[in-house]
Design a protein around this ligand. Structure first.
Ligand code: DX5
Ligand code: ZN
Length: 222
């Protein structure tokens, strides 16, 4: 197992073809992808229902065989009830600041369970709210769309929010940007200080997902 690297593109498997997801993950790993993003939605915190812990475990079997990482983004109410179920498969878990009244405690639990601890932040939440939790964070997941669906438009406040987060976080805490990432939108958040880029539809809905991944991965490293 490994932790998330810097300047990585994480394909979001929610956007994969559900009938071909294993083959698509294998193709992306052949092209160099090592970290994969798993969007977990409960139809309460967000208006959609997606992947569960069995899926994360099956993905982990493939990804860990090549020393890759599974990054689980919990878009669920009361994430405390679900962290343990995902921790066995996950290398990193982000919980939403807006979803739990005790994020400090839960970030500590995620670390105790052996995962990198991330705090996901909706576009409408002030960035300053992460400051009291900075010591507990391995990464912040800044949403550049309102979570719930892939294929939504990038909200243009994201680059300034990345810069604001970079200014208040310790250097070791990475910044992930999730939602609306493509070759047009990535450079601005990268230049503002983002390290990790989640891409769903830009990879899996492209005519050639592997080629699209390669293009985004090169941009991430520029
Ligand atoms: C948004 C999810 C994202 C989503 C991104 O609710 O958290 O991870 O899969 O999809 P795209 O890249 O298509 O915006
Ligand atoms: Zn996500």
């Amino acid at each position: 197992m490994r932790v998330l690297g810097e300047h990585e593109v994480l394909p979001s498997v929610m956007s994969a073809d559900p009938m071909r997801v294993g083959e698509q993950v294998d193709g992306l790993m052949d092209a160099g992808a090592r970290s994969f993003h798993v969007d977990v939605m409960d139809a309460h915190f967000v208006p959609n229902l997606t992947l569960g812990s069995d899926f994360a475990a099956a993905l982990a079997t493939r990804v860990h065989a090549l020393e890759g990482a599974v990054d689980v983004h919990l878009m669920v109410e009361r994430p405390a009830t679900m962290v343990a179920a995902f921790a066995a498969a996950a290398d990193a878990i982000s919980i939403h600041l807006e979803a739990d009244p005790h994020p400090h405690r839960l970030l500590g639990l995620i670390r105790e369970l052996g995962c990198a601890a991330g705090l996901a932040v909706n576009p409408g939440t002030p960035i300053g709210a992460i400051a009291p939790l900075a010591d507990m964070l391995d990464f912040v997941n800044l949403l550049a769309v309102n979570p719930g669906f892939s294929g939504q438009s990038f909200i243009p406040t994201a680059p300034e929010r990345v810069a604001e987060a970079r200014a208040l976080l310790p250097d070791r805490a990475m910044i992930q940007v999730d939602g609306g990432m493509d070759a047009e939108t990535m450079p601005a958040v990268r230049d503002a200080g983002a390290d990790l880029f989640v891409a769903g539809s830009a990879v899996f809905h492209a005519a050639d997902p592997v080629e699209s991944y390669r293009e985004l991965a090169a941009l991430a490293r520029e």
